[in-house]
Design a protein around this ligand. Structure first.
Ligand code: SAM
Length: 148
């Protein structure tokens, strides 16, 4: 997950590949603008949300992590993104499974996460604080612009 403000970029992640990314970021000239946080995203986000100074300060947030937590991320991120700012959620078409009939053949992990992605898609569509646009590229990306 990566979140960006005009002043800083903050990321939270868990694997080795991301550690390499962390090292690369530290060596760039923008290192002083980066607040890199590593670990399970929910507690990291809870820390960030707990500080009210962070509310409404983020221009752009991108989420590409554990699909069963996207709804929990949204509950937190909506407070962090500024009005007019954008949150992007990856994989919202989830291999096309979100438009497939429930009894369609699908791989086990696709079926497992399908209900979580459907729940997120419904929640985003019903959330009056955002306007949304689903881009049918890759595995689907939903762009949410905070409007209130
Ligand atoms: C599909 S990869 C993201 C790839 C990334 N968007 C890119 O283009 O390099 C999903 C990432 O989410 C991380 N992840 C999964 N569950 C997480 C969690 N609960 N908290 C933080 N990171 C998590 C995984 O370690 C993995 O690095």
């Amino acid at each position: 997950m990566a979140t960006t403000t005009t002043e800083a970029t903050k990321t939270s992640s868990t694997n080795g590949e991301d550690q390499k990314q962390s090292q690369n970021l530290r060596h760039q000239e923008v290192a002083h603008k980066i607040d890199f946080r590593e670990g399970p995203a929910l507690p990291v986000l809870d820390e960030i949300v707990a500080d009210e100074k962070n509310h409404g300060t983020y221009d752009f947030i991108f989420v590409d992590a554990d699909k069963d937590n996207y709804i929990n991320y949204h509950k937190r991120l909506i407070d962090l993104v500024k009005i007019g700012g954008v949150i992007g959620y990856d994989n919202t078409l989830w291999n096309g499974s979100v438009v497939a009939p429930p009894d369609a053949p699908m791989r086990k992990y696709v079926r497992y996460y399908r209900d979580f992605v459907l729940e997120l898609n419904k929640a985003l569509a019903a959330d009056p604080r955002i306007e949304i646009c689903m881009l049918p590229v890759g595995d689907g990306i939903t762009i949410c612009r905070r409007i209130s």
